[in-house]
Design a protein around this ligand. Structure first.
Ligand SMILES: [Zn+2]
Length: 370
């Protein structure tokens, strides 16, 4: 009897230990390093790891040396290291000819007259020079030993329709595609489209009604991703991307047909507050995302965290909205029960102590037995 009890206790201990170890994969968007010393970075990365973060999407500019230094420290802390480098949005750079920037339907260059905000200087994805610049950039970073993967962001056109949660901020009602936000009407794009479809899009009264024109532009982004995928894979590294949700929303707002991209993982920004949706919606949209790739590529559900939960109801700027501590569990559970492989936090630095408490409970839960 005594031996039987000992065995029971041993089995129970094993079960509880293995349950304790069950944790969902967690990534986080973060950046730097600014003036931080190696010691400071090490402490920060150790803290992230202890909180349950398995990998970072790290925004550190375009210099491979930065990623070499920071990557070594991230790996030392036991996390994966992916470099988060914006793709189609590029500021003034001697390596980039001004002719490579996209043009809107009014004929204005995104370099001279960017839409919405100053940094919205988007390149045209139909220019060979754009590919050459990006393949050189990502190729050099992917060659860095400490880098596990390249994380694309702003791999899209400017928002032809803004997310509804942003309409008030910019004083716009975007119930249709307006010419100043509709790209790209450069000579290369319009003439290539005419050759392909026979349609002179510059003479069409409402181009938003031309299905082939939409598809042509989805394909330009898809082709760019798929060409960059070859560059990154050649270095033996993975390629993934931050995308808009859906892809129904991604196609409508920014012309990303990301379910056709050669990616190793997708990180949809399921930022419910931008779409005036509640935390339950995160699960609903994750369901669409997992189905869109037939479950063949991991989906990491991107969660937008509210930096000042106590002030959310008084806050007008949607950039300061996001998930409250009380909504974390709903968003994580919804993502996981609808087939996400894990989640990605935007950002760990926005998380308050109450967020981390709810987060810890939610990530150490087994969602496989729904
Ligand atoms: Zn163009």
């Amino acid at each position: 009897m005594k031996r039987f009890l000992v065995i029971c206790i041993a089995v129970l201990t094993m079960v509880s230990c293995s349950e304790e170890r069950t944790k969902i994969p967690v990534y986080a968007w973060t950046g730097g390093p600014g003036d931080a010393t190696d010691l400071e970075l090490k402490a920060k990365f150790r803290d992230f790891k202890a909180k349950g973060i398995d990998g970072l999407m790290y925004n550190g500019g375009q210099n491979p040396e930065t990623y070499k230094r920071v990557g070594a420290l991230v790996k030392e802390a036991g996390m994966e290291f992916h470099t988060w480098i914006p793709t189609m949005v590029q500021g003034e750079n001697p390596k980039i000819d001004k002719e490579l920037y996209a043009h809107n339907r009014k004929g204005e260059s995104a370099f001279d007259k960017p839409a919405y905000v100053d940094y919205y200087k988007f390149l045209c994805p139909n220019k060979e020079g754009t590919y050459e610049f990006l393949s050189d950039l990502y190729g050099r970073v992917a060659a860095v030993e400490e880098v596990d993967g390249i994380h694309l962001d702003y791999i899209r056109f400017p928002d032809v329709i803004l997310a509804e949660g942003l309409w008030d901020k910019y004083g716009l009602v975007m119930d249709q595609e307006f010419p100043e936000y509709d790209y790209c009407y450069c000579d290369a794009c319009t003439s290539d489209f005419k050759k392909k479809s026979g349609i002179d899009i510059k003479t069409v009264e409402d181009p938003s009604q031309v299905r082939e024109w939409k598809q042509f532009r989805y394909d330009l982004i898809t082709n760019m991703v798929n060409r960059l995928s070859k560059v990154v894979h050649k270095e033996g590294k993975v390629l993934n991307a931050a995308v808009f949700p859906g892809p129904s929303i991604a196609k409508k707002l920014v012309r990303q047909e990301w379910n056709k991209w050669d990616l190793d993982a997708v990180y949809p920004m399921n930022y419910n507050d931008f779409y005036l949706k509640d935390a339950e919606w995160v699960g609903t949209v994750t369901n669409e995302e997992v189905k869109a790739v037939n479950g063949s590529i991991p989906i990491y559900s991107g969660l937008f965290i509210c930096p000042n939960p106590e002030n959310k109801t008084n806050e007008n700027d949607p950039e300061n909205h996001g998930l409250l501590p009380s909504e974390i569990e709903t968003a994580i559970r919804g993502s996981m029960e609808n087939g996400a492989t894990g989640i990605c936090l935007f950002t760990p630095d926005r998380m308050k102590a109450e967020h981390w408490e709810a987060f810890e409970r939610a990530i150490y839960t087994d969602y496989s037995k729904k």
